[in-house]
Design a protein around this ligand. Structure first.
Ligand SMILES: Nc1ncnc2c1ncn2[C@@H]1O[C@H](COP(=O)(O)OP(=O)(O)O)[C@@H](O)[C@H]1O
Ligand SMILES: Nc1ncnc2c1ncn2[C@H]1C[C@H](O)[C@@H](COP(=O)(O)OP(=O)(O)O)O1
Ligand SMILES: [Mg+2]
Length: 197
């Protein structure tokens, strides 16, 4: 059931392949606009850090570059949203929905989707950025084998999500191959066009 408290939430799904710059751009958006930011990957990594048996299962799936179960991610996001709902009506939901059913379940049980912010960049650029991030990130999934699998998962599971929302006219497609500030410049222009502020 949708929680009444979340009825006014303006949800921005932030999508893009691994290494497209979702987290980086969300940080810049938060600094300028004060929106709430939730990353499904960060929520899952926090669960892994807790050392729980469920955390161990999650880690194994993430190291294979696959998607964890919808129920787990949806519950984590919904709980986190309830804690932030009084801060700002806007929510950047980073890395979710990664498959079609995640989107439909979220919209039925949490809140509607205002827009999708999609960062588009070539696989080669994503791969290079992730290998570089892997030098310092400590993330078990920033290695060549897992990166290739994550790119495949993105193509097979997440691209259809982007198409689904594009057909509804909800996708803001941003070329994410420029510098961080160039990409953020485009994000700001696109937000202004839609009176997102
Ligand atoms: N526009 C950009 N140009 C170059 N490097 C970038 C750019 N955006 C992000 N990065 C770097 O690429 C890596 C992946 O970015 P990140 O925001 O973590 O992506 P995602 O959350 O989509 O996986 C990080 O090391 C980040 O510093
Ligand atoms: N919405 C979601 N559904 C299922 N699995 C998810 C998920 N969000 C994250 N994961 C799992 C699988 C991803 O390969 C891994 C890392 O996600 P992430 O931190 O969002 O990656 P990135 O920001 O590099 O794209 O966590
Ligand atoms: Mg990220």
């Amino acid at each position: 059931m949708a929680d009444a408290k979340l009825k006014k939430a303006k949800v921005i799904f932030v999508l893009g392949g691994p290494g497209s710059g979702k987290g980086t751009q969300c940080e810049k958006i938060v600094a300028k606009y004060g929106f709430n930011h939730l990353s499904s990957g960060d929520l899952l990594r926090a669960e892994v850090e807790s050392g729980s048996p469920r955390g161990k299962e999650l880690q194994a799936i993430m190291e294979k570059g696959e998607l964890v179960s919808l129920e787990i991610v949806l519950a984590l996001i919904k709980d986190a949203m309830l804690k932030l709902v009084d801060k700002s009506p806007y929510f950047l939901i980073d890395g979710y929905p990664r498959e079609l059913e995640q989107g439909t379940r979220f919209e039925a049980e949490v809140a509607g989707c205002h827009v999708v912010l999609y960062f588009e960049v070539t696989e080669e650029v994503m791969k290079q950025r992730l290998l570089k991030r892997g030098e310092t990130s400590g993330r078990a999934d920033d290695n060549e084998d897992t990166i290739l699998q994550r790119l495949r998962t993105f193509t097979s599971k997440t691209e259809p999500v982007i198409k689904h929302y594009a057909d509804k006219g909800k996708v803001i497609k941003v070329n994410a191959s420029g510098t961080i500030d160039e990409v953020f410049g485009v994000v700001q222009q696109e937000f202004a066009k839609r009176e997102i502020k």
